[in-house]
Design a protein. Sequence first.
Length: 278
Amino acid sequence: LQTRLQAGQGYGNTLKCVLTVYRNESLTGFFKGMSFPLASIGIYSSVVFGVFSNTQRLLSQLRHGDPAAAPSLGDMTLASLVAGVISVGIGTPVELVKIRLQMQTQPYTKANAKLNSTAPGSPVYRGPIHCLRTILQKEGIPGIYRGNVSMLLRDVPGYCAYFIPYAMFCDWITPHGSIAPNPFSIWVAGGVAGAVSWAVCTPMDVVKSRLQADGVYSNQYKGTIDCMMQSYQNEGLKVFFRGLLVNTIRGFPSSAAMFLGYELSLKAMKRCQSETSP
């Protein structure tokens, strides 16, 4: 829904988008492009969380001589920035394939659109591997990193609005005197962090979605700035808030589950390590 609302035409509001997708593509339309992100989410998340936590530990070691020392706000910010930059290298190809698969049945109605040989509205890719191979053949390595600048502008501030609110909110709702937050505190703090992060990310997420969807049938945008200018000129400032409701709603449960799984996994591994240590 997020991709259709941000980069598609004629979907209107969220409810209309849901009804249109279901009417035209049935239930399978809601799961397009899911396999590639599903197969790579474990690697992607482990890299992001690993970079963030290890950067924090390195900064604590450099500043305080103890990697386990509580990080400052500045340390968390810098660690979030590093995690955001690293995430783009892994995330851009995954996002590109997902969006191309989701948008390949989207009709293009612009009279001045420069269409490829494939008719708009007809499938271009047979699946994620075929999609990735086709992009590599036609556009090369730069093609699979289309939208990387807009994704960088999305993820760098986005991860600051992800990890920092989580740490602050988790600390705030943890009962006084507790050594570590309980699972409920982790779940709530993670959900709030996800909603806040996606609210911050949505404007650049719109630009990224449009750049990556562009190229299935047409090549409308020359780059990030051109996409922003054309989008603003054609649809006004409100275009950059398309999909905001969907992003914030989905951000809560997905991030809540992510942080809860991460924290519980760390605790389990530390427990196993302490039990096996002599």
